[in-house]
Design a protein around this ligand. Structure first.
Ligand SMILES: Cc1cc2nc3c(=O)[nH]c(=O)nc-3n(C[C@H](O)[C@H](O)[C@H](O)COP(=O)(O)OP(=O)(O)OC[C@H]3O[C@@H](n4cnc5c(N)ncnc54)[C@H](O)[C@@H]3O)c2cc1C
Length: 440
């Protein structure tokens, strides 16, 4: 049965029948990032009455504003891998490395869960889960574009480039692995690389082109999916912060906001890295660490690449957008702290100048930081919150929240309408983590 056909059942299938207030809207989405807007859009498309609350002045006030826009079905291994742990230990001593953990007691349980998740079988299973979700994500991104939503979607593929023979050979081995999983790729030697992207430095030794990957413009995605959601009746309220919840039995009865109280039928927690601040109040355990990343936007200039380029050793992505050539990277676990660390920004600039010599004198138009909502096992949290009949958690998308936004929205809509989910939600269920010492 199509979601739309279930519309008439919405009220019967709602699990919270609180007598005190009429339950409006059907669904309240908290957070106006990529996950929030895609969820609101999918819910409204399925027939729900939806209100979306965003505390910022505009949609995309969080991490979704400035990411690098990649939609990669080829590289879907989670952050937590044995190689990541080895690399992180090496990098932790450098001020300009792409990875940093601010040592503090609060991060320790997350790190222990992270290391536990690097077990071979868990990594393989997480990679499969992310691949399946990403494939649907890519399909839905293309569907949004076909439906006329201008997200800056391009299916030109993505090119990985290498500065050392050692990393290039590792990349080729990785590419063979991805090919076995159905992700075609083409290995390019140094000459072929420059034929594909003439502006690339002569110092690069080779590249691997993944034609099945895509990209979009993150700000355009949030703005225009948000607008499409509004066209389908979603009420978007910016400058509205959710402050507290009132619980009655297994239901969120009241949502207190900076603009007054609401009594929704269902609540979707999609507040990105800030979700634990809200979930903690009602005893829902969401073990997220905010992983800070940066972008450095350069004015567009002749010679810019036409497709996104992943500068592998530096862990920096270069994405051509309409208004900028964006360089993004770095992962700092430093709490909810958006301060910009100049040493790490310098490292991104250096990677840009080394890879594209023509950018050395190009004006910088913006330097930005954002907080990725990262779970320890690298999988998002999508599903009903344990102990609640009208609360869904949709967060923890880490490095791939833009990529997974449409599929997350679709899955949330299926849950709200009590339809069989189109993906196995077991690996991403929000209650898969238990708090240490029983404390949230
Ligand atoms: C440098 C960098 C590069 C990246 N590159 C990519 C990429 O190429 N592809 C990809 O898929 N992903 C990428 N990511 C990750 C991606 O940006 C995130 O996964 C994604 O933005 C998370 O979306 P979100 O909606 O969960 O969170 P956010 O975008 O952070 O949205 C959460 C929103 O909730 C609001 N909010 C918080 N608390 C409240 C409250 N109490 N009341 C009301 N509103 C509230 C916030 O203001 C915010 O707008 C990158 C991230 C970074 C930093």
């Amino acid at each position: 049965m199509a979601l739309r056909d279930l519309l008439s059942l919405t009220h019967e299938t709602r699990r919270c029948a609180l007598p005190t207030h009429p339950r409006t809207p059907d669904v309240l989405v908290i957070g106006g990032g990529a996950i929030g807007v895609a969820t609101a859009y999918e819910l409204a498309s399925a027939g729900a009455s939806v209100t979306l609350l965003e505390r910022g002045d505009t949609l995309a006030s969080g991490c979704s504003y400035g990411n690098t826009g990649l939609i990669r079905t080829s590289h879907t291994s989670p952050l937590a891998t044995p190689a990541a742990v080895r690399q992180a230990l090496r990098w932790s001593l450098s001020k300009s490395s792409p990875f940093y953990v601010h040592p503090r007691p609060a991060v320790l349980p997350w790190l222990l869960r992270f290391v536990a998740a690097t077990h071979g079988k868990r990594v393989a299973a997480a990679t499969e889960t992310l691949r399946a979700l990403s494939m649907t994500g890519l399909r839905l991104h293309a569907e949004y574009a076909r439906a006329g939503i201008d997200t800056g979607f391009h299916a030109h593929g993505i090119l990985d480039v290498y500065a050392t023979e050692h990393a290039f050979h590792q990349g080729i081995a990785e590419g063979q692995h991805h090919a076995a999983a159905g992700q075609r790729n083409q290995v390019l030697n140094a000459d072929e690389l420059r034929q594909t992207a003439p502006a690339l430095s002569r110092d690069l030794v080779g590249g691997i082109y993944y034609p099945g990957d895509a990209n979009c413009d993150p700000l355009r995605f949030v703005t225009n999916v948000g607008a499409a959601a509004q066209q389908r009746g979603v009420v978007v309220q910016t400058r509205t912060e959710v402050l507290r919840f009132e619980r009655t039995g297994s239901c969120i009865a009241t949502v207190q906001t900076s603009q007054g109280d609401l009594h929704p039928g269902n609540v979707i927690l999609a507040a990105g890295a800030w979700t634990p601040r809200l979930s903690r109040q009602i005893g829902v355990f969401v073990p997220l660490e905010a992983a800070k990343g940066y972008h450095v936007d350069l004015q567009r200039s002749a010679g810019d690449p036409e497709l996104p380029i992943s500068i592998r050793e530096a862990r920096v992505i270069a994405t051509p957008l309409d208004a900028a050539l964006r360089f993004g990277g770095t992962l700092e676990l430093d709490g909810l702290d958006l301060r910009i660390n100049p040493a790490r920004v310098e490292a991104i600039k250096l990677a840009a100048y080394r890879t594209f010599e023509h950018t050395r004198n190009t004006p910088i138009t913006e330097i930005w930081s954002g907080l990725r909502p990262c779970t320890p096992d690298g999988l998002p949290m999508i599903g009903w919150a344990a102990g609640f009949d009208n609360l869904i958690v949709a967060t923890g998308h880490g490095m791939s929240g833009l990529q997974l936004a449409p599929v997350t929205g679709r899955l949330v809509a299926e849950l709200v309408f009590h339809q069989a989910p189109s993906h196995d939600l077991q690996p991403v269920r929000p209650d898969r983590f238990t708090p240490f010492l029983g404390r949230v």
